[in-house]
Design a protein around this ligand. Structure first.
Ligand code: DAH
Length: 343
């Protein structure tokens, strides 16, 4: 039997050495050591041997099998290398040719501004809070003191997913979610995406971004609100910038105000961008209505707070002098490429 095995190994060696392709080699593999191969047939006869004979014979068979396997492995490496060298040659690859310059992407301008806003508020001791894009009416309207018949609750203004579920129209929802969880002192901002049923144009987009701020503690006053906003505006746009308040109404703040900043284009002198007023509208603000605090279990006798909401899209187009909101959402590479300076 040993002679027979030796003959098989010698025949296998000749055949393997002569193989011209991996395919041919694989066929030889199954012919010589596959399930139906002669080596395996010899292996099957082991059962008919006495237990004393079996280990020695088994060893001889295994040695033969291992020899063939080693020959196949060696040939396989050999063939693969030859194939690789052939592909290199056929591809006419010129290793000396200069490569293409790597094209770097850039952060979207909204992301750049979003992060800058976060950095500024973090430097003033604020935490970042997160809310949900999909909200219920309670957090988007009821808890914010918005009456049942308020026009903003209309289907024409708000995207409803089903009866009580909607895409949030404002980041003010995060004020509620934060006060549900934490007692004062609270000092958070919450940047995020909002949605309104608006037709896209230079100043409207059905999806847009706001950053909400909420501070609740003992002795928080309107002056704290003014100082915080002024500091933010100066850090964001430059120390020459000013902000001002105009009286307004929001259901969840009392008193409420709209926030303007000096026109980034003319610095306040008056131009086409600010419609000669010298001011640009940035968002809303106010002192948190005691009703809102009390409903959330925060004692309005002891604590007071301020809140504001600013448009991140608006800050972005003003900061980079971008003509309108639309291009922010069009994914135009010629536009986006201009922001690689931030990389
Ligand atoms: N959520 C308001 C809006 O989208 C903006 C706003 C106004 C936010 C007053 C506030 C605030 O926090 O106090 O129109």
């Amino acid at each position: 039997m040993e002679t027979k095995l030796n003959q098989i190994v010698i025949a296998a060696e000749t055949a393997i050495k002569g193989a011209q392709s991996i395919h041919e080699l694989m066929n030889l593999k199954s012919e010589y050591i596959g399930k139906k191969s002669e080596v395996m047939n010899v292996m099957k006869t082991l059962g008919s041997l006495s237990p004393e004979e079996r280990p020695a014979v088994g060893k001889i068979i295994n040695i033969a099998k291992q020899k063939i396997e080693a020959l196949i492995d060696e040939k396989e490496n050999d063939l693969k290398e030859k194939e690789y060298l052939k592909t290199l040659q056929d591809s006419k690859l010129d290793m000396g040719m200069p490569g293409y310059a790597i094209q770097y992407g850039s952060l979207h301008p909204l992301t750049i501004v979003w992060r800058e806003i976060e950095d500024i508020f973090i430097s003033m001791g604020f935490d970042i809070a997160e809310g949900y894009d999909i909200e219920d009416e309670f957090h988007n309207f009821d808890a914010l003191n918005t009456p049942e018949d308020h026009p903003s609750r209309n289907l024409a203004d708000t995207f409803y997913i089903k009866d009580d579920v909607l895409l949030r129209t404002q980041t003010s929802t995060v004020q509620i979610r934060t006060m549900e969880k934490y007692q004062p002192p609270i000092k958070i901002i919450s940047p995020g995406r909002c949605y309104r049923n608006d037709r896209p144009d230079a100043s409207h987009s059905p999806a847009f971004h706001q950053v909400e701020a909420l501070v609740v503690d003992e002795n928080i006053t309107f002056q704290d609100l003014r100082d915080t906003l002024n500091t933010f505006v100066k850090k964001m746009f430059g120390s020459h910038m000013k902000s001002r308040f105009r009286p307004h109404f929001f259901p969840f703040t009392e008193p409420s105000a709209e926030i303007d900043i000096s026109c980034v284009n003319c610095g306040g002198k008056g131009c086409a961008i600010c419609k000669n007023s010298g001011w640009l509208e940035m968002g809303g603000a106010g002192m948190v209505d005691p009703n809102v605090l009390n409903k959330l279990g925060i004692d309005a006798e002891k604590y007071s707070g301020f809140a504001f909401g600013l448009g991140i899209d608006r800050i972005t187009i003003l900061k980079y002098n971008i003509p309108g909101l639309r291009i922010l959402y069009e994914n135009d590479i010629r536009f986006l490429k201009q922001f690689t300076f931030n990389n």
